[in-house]
Design a protein around this ligand. Sequence first.
Ligand code: NAD
Length: 259
Amino acid sequence: MGATSGAGLSGKSVVVTGAASGIGRAAALRFAAEGAEVVVADLNADGAESVVDEIRSAGGTAVAVAGDLSDGAVVDEVVATAVDAFGGVDVLVNNAGVMDSMSAPVDVTDAEWDRVLRINLTAPFLLTRAVLPHMLSAGGGAVVNTASEAALRGSAAGTAYTVSKHGLLGLTRSLAVMYRDQGIRANAIVPGGTMTGIATGLDVNREAHGPAVVGRYMVNMGRISEPEEQAAAIVFLASDAASSINGVVLPVDNGWSAV
Ligand code: NAD
C-alpha cells in the first residue's frame, strides 16, 4: 500500500459488514489503503474472498468471514477472527443490508418483516454488543452504521426497510450517548441513491410494483452516487479527523435530504 492520509487508521482492526460488494467493498478497500487490517464479512463467500484478494494484491491486510450476520454464531466468528488475526476491533462498520419488496404495511408478511429487521437492525446490534468489550478494554473505538434516506422520513422504499433504518439511527444515537466518556464514537451515514446491487434491484422492483411506487421513492433523488463516495464518508467518520464527531447522521445524497 502507498502513503496513507494520516487518518490514524494505520494498523487498526476494522470490521466491515456487507463488504463483498457495493458500498461495503469500497469501504474495505479504502480502509486497507489507509493501512488498516480489515475483516471482510459477508453472506457472499466468493465475493468476500475476491475483495480480500484485491486488498492483498495491493499489499494490504485482510481476512474474509462468510456467513449470515443475522445468526449470532456468525457474529461471534467475525469478532473472534478480528481478535485472533488483528488483536481486537477498533472500528465496526455495520453496512450489510437488504431491501424488502417495497411493500405497504398491509402487504408485509411475517417472514419478510423478520428477515429485514433481523439483517438490517438486529445484526448491527449483535455485532455492536460483541465488539464493545474489546473497544472498552482498548480505551476506545468507532462504529459507523450505514442507514438510508429511508431512516429520515416515511418512505415508499418499503415498510420493513424504513423501520429497520429508523431503528439503526436509534442504535447509533444510543451508543453515542452511552459510551461518549469511554472514547467510543458512533455515527451513521445516510446514502442517497448509489450505484450498487441494491440500486439495480430497484429496477426489478419497478417491474414487480410498477413505476408509481418506484417513482415515489426516486423523486428528488438527483444524481446517483458511486460506492466510493459513500466509502469516503464512512472512513472519515471512523478516522481521527472525526475525533469530536459523535452521534451524527450524515447524508451523502447530493442534496436529496435538503429538498
Ligand atoms: P449491495 O447489495 O451491493 O451490498 C449489500 C451487501 O450486504 C451484499 O454484499 C450482501 O451479500 C450483504 N448481505 C446481505 N445480507 C447479509 C447477511 N444477512 N449477512 C451478511 N451479509 C449480507 O448494496 P449496497 O448499496 O452496497 O448496500 C450497503 C448498505 O447501503 C445497505 O445497508 C443499504 O441499505 C444501504 N443503502 C444503499 C443505498 C443505495 O442506493 N445503494 C441507499 C441507501 C442505503
